[in-house]
Every structure is written in C-alpha cells, then in structure tokens.
Write a protein that binds this ligand. Structure first.
Ligand SMILES: [Zn+2]
Length: 277
C-alpha cells in the first residue's frame, strides 16, 4: 500500500468526524450525581454529600431539559442508589453522549472539634445521672468551588476506552482498528481534543461561580476513574465544602442550591455556544 494512503484516510476521517472531536453538536448530556445509597460520600453536620449531589443534579437536569427541548439529558442516578464508577461511564458511553458532568461535594481534613449535642442519662444504684453528650466533627475553613478534568497519568485508560467505543466516534463501524498504529494516533488525537474541551467547560463553570462571589479554586487535573472511562469531554464539579459549617448551610439552602445550579447551567450553555457557534 502506498504510504500516502493511511495519511489520506486519517485526513478524511478527521474531516468527517471533527464535529465529534471538538465537541460540536452536544446532543446528549450526562449528569452524574456522585456517590449514593450506602456510599454517603463526605459527611457534614447536617447533610451528606450523596444527597446534596443528587439534589443539585436533578435541579440542573430540569433546567437543562426546559432549555434544550431537543437535546437529551441522561442521569446516572435519579434516586438514592449507589452506582459503581465503571457503570457510570458505561451509561454515558452506551448512550453515545457528548458531555459528562459529575457533581460532588468537597471535604478537607480540617481539625477535629467536639460539639455538645445533648445529654445522656446513666442509671446507677437507683439514681439517674446526667452527662453531656458530644459529637465530633472535622471542620475546615476551606471554601469555594473547583472543577476537575482528567489527569494525564490516566490517559492510557482514556485511550483504551476510546478504542473500545471507537464505533461511537465514527459513522463507519470498524474503521478504527486498534492493532493499527495509525489508529493509536487517531485515538490520541481524540483524547487530546476531549481534554481541551473539558478544560474549556470547566473554565466556563468556574467563571460563573466566580461572578457569584464564590472562591474560585480553579480548574485542576486528577486521575479520576469516572472521567477516565468516558469517551467524551467531561468535568467533575466540587460545589463547596461540606465540613465548613458556614458553607454547608449555604449548600443546603434554597438560595445556595439555586445559585450552584445556575452556575453549572450557565457554564454548560456557554460551552455549548462556544463549540456550536
Ligand atoms: Zn465525592
């Protein structure tokens, strides 16, 4: 085969599928509420990460459904159940989604504090003794939001997932042959394109939080399983610190939740506008 042919194939391939590679046409958006069921995630004094993540995710989904009538919003969970991490990206990959947004609540080591939350009564020799009852919490003054995109050290898993679901990426099933070194180049290109789209979405979301006056902790990279397996751009949003008592109150308030939903919602809209226009 003349050497020019594989190169030509790659060029043709990228011509016909660049819309996917740089995230044009976001038809399906997956919303992933972190944790759930018997995995509560981070714990606060009055709430659990799994419940906050679900509440925000459902409200965000409703807003997106109302705005984008012709686009599909897919949920990894809509109730208080635990979904394994590989099942979360399987849901997204099988649906051939174009965007993956995971919602989590932050927690930091902080310091241990003792809070009296009532009394306990002990009966001894017919007498009742009253003692203070304490609860222990890890509290922090850390606050604000951050967005994670996939760290490069998990790139090989990303490329493997892209290989497995390569039929999602092209209209011609079987075009990507994993044993062909050229295919590896194409897969690497996809991985790059997904990462830069993810950074762009994360930046839009952080900008929104920033205009609301929340502390912008930035866009960060981490080797997160839930992002590594997704064959599409994806971000994980940490909406605030559950073990900062003040921020926990905000996260549980009507006002806090609607602001957080608004920030992620506007971030997604800005991202979609930027790739489709
Ligand atoms: Zn989490």
């Amino acid at each position: 085969m003349p050497k020019i042919l594989p190169l030509l194939l790659i060029l043709l391939f990228f011509n016909s599928t660049t819309s996917f590679a740089d995230g044009k046409k976001v038809q399906k958006i997956v919303l992933d509420a972190g944790h759930g069921g018997n995995e509560p995630g981070a714990l606060g004094r009055i709430s659990k990460e799994k419940d906050l993540a679900l509440s925000i995710t459902l409200k965000l989904g409703k807003k997106l459904e109302q705005h984008y009538k012709s686009r599909q919003i897919i949920y990894t969970r809509k109730t208080d159940v635990f979904v394994e991490l590989p099942d979360r990206h399987k849901i997204a990959n099988k649906a051939e989604a174009n965007l993956f947004v995971s919602v989590h609540v932050n927690s930091s080591a902080g310091k241990r504090v003792k809070v009296q939350d009532g009394y306990r009564y002990v009966k001894k020799n017919g007498k009742t003794y009253k003692y203070p009852r304490y609860k222990y919490y890890n509290t922090t003054s850390a606050n604000g939001t951050e967005c994670y995109v996939l760290g490069l050290h998990r790139n090989s898993q990303k490329e493997k997932s892209i290989g497995e679901y390569s039929d999602n990426l092209t209209n011609e099933p079987g075009l990507l042959d994993e044993s062909d070194p050229m295919t590896q180049i194409i897969i690497a290109q996809y991985s790059q394109a997904f990462l830069s789209s993810s950074v762009s979405l994360a930046t839009f979301i952080q900008q929104q939080f920033n205009t609301q006056g929340r502390l912008d902790r930035g866009v960060k990279q981490k080797g997160l399983e839930v992002l590594a397996g997704c064959v599409m751009p994806g971000v994980l949003v940490e909406i605030g610190f559950i073990n900062n008592p003040e921020e926990e109150k905000y996260l549980n308030s009507e006002k806090g939740q609607s602001e957080i939903v608004e920030a992620i919602y506007k971030g997604i809209l800005s991202y979609i506008d930027s790739v489709e226009n």
